[in-house]
Design a protein around this ligand. Structure first.
Ligand SMILES: [Fe+2]
Ligand SMILES: [Fe+2]
Length: 192
């Protein structure tokens, strides 16, 4: 108890803490924990697709990379918290949701998770604006917002490509053929 009070007192007196609202600190802690939740979820997905009775090495690599990226995001925010004189509070990570019926199911779950993470980032940004904290706004904009949108587009593309392959494999493969540059020219070179 006394130790907690000491930590708290020291935290509030950090000499370089400036214009960093408690509300922003709490919201950033939530963001760290969301990134770690995504890290955990993607790791569970990756090793499901690595099972001998599933054996999807491409999907395994995709989710391992995604998991590592989420861990990097969490650590980036943790580094930022320390730069602002905030106190990092990690919470327990929830058990991953079982969503491995097939690849399409896992990808759809991943997209849903990314949209939730993105919404929370937008909430952090809005709060930073309300608290007149341009540094936090800039941190979120520079490091997260565009990357989120890019990642969501990739997931949405994968989902649609897989759906197309399920619905009409012939049309899907013909589209691949058209984009392959066979006959020495891509569609752009032909002026289409
Ligand atoms: Fe992330
Ligand atoms: Fe992500």
């Amino acid at each position: 108890m006394a130790y907690c009070f000491f930590i708290r007192a020291r935290h509030m007196c950090m000499i370089m803490r400036q214009n960093f609202a408690k509300s922003c600190e709490a919201k950033l802690n939530d963001q760290i924990n969301m990134e770690l939740k995504a890290c955990h979820q993607y790791l569970a997905m990756a090793y499901h697709f690595d099972r001998a009775d599933v054996s999807s090495p491409g999907i395994f690599n995709f989710f391992v990379k995604a998991s590592m990226e989420e861990r990097e995001h969490a650590e980036l925010i943790m580094k930022y918290m320390n730069k602002r004189g905030g106190l990092i509070r990690l919470s327990s990570v929830p058990e991953p949701v079982p969503c491995y019926k097939d690849v399409l199911h896992a990808l759809k779950h991943a997209l849903q998770l990314e949209l939730e993470v993105n919404q929370h980032l937008l909430d952090v940004h809005a709060l930073a604006g309300k608290e007149n904290d341009p540094n936090l706004c800039d941190f979120i904009e520079a490091n997260f917002l565009q990357e989120q949108v890019d990642g969501q587009k990739i997931l949405a593309d994968y989902i649609r490509q897989l759906e197309r392959a399920h619905i009409d494999l012939g049309e899907y493969l013909f589209d691949k053929y058209m984009g392959s540059g066979m006959h020495g020219a891509s569609n752009e070179k032909n002026g289409h």
